[in-house]
Write a protein of this length. Structure first.
Length: 405
């Protein structure tokens, strides 16, 4: 009797019967045939609801449990049986003992209930609600990846230790730079400390949508560990979908590129507005770098100076004209190049036209440099590659230009 009392007490009190909820019908009373109640849209009872059904069985017989099981899914039935079996074999005669010894089974059961609730809410409020927010990112699942239900308000894609959390969309409010920092502080700042400051960077997806992205190596505040994390904002004229990634690996770049380049926001089409507004680049910008090195022979004896210093400025005026100056200094002398002409932006390309020569530089970002300088711009040093999804920052092939007052 004590064992039976422990089962009913834990099931009936810790996990109360959810009468009146979808997918639930009371078990048959002793001596009465089981007759399931018809419902317009039947929803399988969760593990927690199944345990609540068991709690109404008096006595708790296999036939009564089977009647409850018929209202649930095989996975939830297995979890519910795991709880009952643990309580029955625990030797406990009170609630505290049963909860302590069967905490793993109870946690699995309640976690399954949370997932079921989230799935039910998504069925009742489908993702097509782009204007009001929801899990409305359209995407193709990468081969070898799978979905995990770790958060009730997010879709989680996983490949090994790498996790991508797709969060509900929200209205685009203010500048994309301000919104990026706000969402980073909301989602990641409390758990991770980045090595470099946030930009963010931007790129155009193949699907036509715009993306703000940034991330890098970060210390895990909880255990002083280290991880590579990133935040991506897929956005259009008035909607944005935040996506968080943890434990990224550079080898996943081809997979991430196929995934992100194919995404879309349901109910919010992409726009052809330029990725960067000309007003963001108007101003005087300067960048410089130095490298100290020496030539040595086989014996280690210094035979020459290989130090280099480079400085570059762009004056981009509001009237569409520009002046540029590049100087490089070595031990052997100095070289410089000056330019003047007109400039414009084509989506995320800075086009400089001077004396019959056209130079194109990819604009990677406008915001904060990795060293923390505000109001800086990032340009591709050569070529027109875009920021990588697996490692957005590239300190070798890009240059950050600070704003000169």
């Amino acid at each position: 009797m004590a064992m039976r009392f422990a089962i009913v007490f834990v099931v009936g009190c810790v996990l109360p019967p959810p009468q009146g909820q979808p997918g639930y019908a009371a078990p048959p009373q002793q001596g009465q045939p089981y007759a399931p109640q018809p419902q317009e849209q039947p929803v399988a009872a969760s593990c927690q609801q199944t345990l609540g059904c068991y709690g109404q069985c008096n006595p708790l017989t296999p036939a009564c449990m089977q009647a409850c099981d018929q209202q649930s899914s095989p996975a939830n039935v297995e979890l519910a049986h795991g709880v009952v079996t643990c309580v029955a074999t625990s030797g406990c005669a009170d609630q505290a003992c049963s909860v302590q010894r069967c905490s793993a089974q109870l946690t699995s059961c309640t976690s399954a209930a949370a997932v079921a609730t989230a799935q039910q809410q998504q069925q009742q409020q489908p993702a097509a609600q782009g204007p009001t927010g929801g899990l409305d990112l359209q995407y193709q699942m990468p081969a070898g990846w799978h979905e995990e239900h770790l958060l009730a308000n997010a879709t989680t894609l996983a490949f090994g230790q790498t996790k991508i959390f797709i969060l509900p969309s929200r209205p685009l409010s203010g500048s994309i730079i301000d919104m990026f920092h706000a969402i980073w502080n909301e989602q990641l700042a409390a758990s991770y400390e980045l090595v470099d400051a946030l930009g963010p960077l931007r790129r155009r997806l193949a699907s036509g949508y715009a993306m703000a992205l940034d991330g890098g190596g970060a210390k895990v505040r909880a255990n002083n560990g280290f991880s590579f994390i990133a935040l991506y904002l897929v956005y259009t004229a008035d909607r944005v979908v935040p996506i968080v990634a943890i434990n990224l690996d550079a080898s996943q770049e081809p997979v991430l590129a196929r995934f992100f380049d194919g995404v879309a926001i349901r109910g919010a089409p992409a726009t052809n507005a330029p990725l960067f507004d000309p007003g963001e680049l108007v101003g005087h910008w300067s960048s410089g770098a130095t490298s100290a090195a020496s030539y040595v022979d086989a014996s280690g004896r210094v035979t020459g100076d290989a130090s280099v210093a480079v400085g570059e400025t762009y004056n981009l005026e509001a009237d569409g004209t520009f002046r540029s100056h590049l100087i490089g200094v070595t031990a052997g002398g100095a070289a410089q190049d000056n330019g003047a002409g007109r400039w414009r932006i084509e989506d995320d390309i800075l086009v400089l036209e001077a004396a019959g020569r056209t130079t194109r530089k990819r604009i990677w970002g406008h915001g904060t440099s990795p060293k923390g300088a505000p109001n800086a711009i990032c340009l591709r040093s050569f070529g027109t590659d875009q920021p990588k999804f697996s490692s957005p920052k590239d300190g070798y092939n890009t240059a950050w230009y600070g704003h000169v007052q």
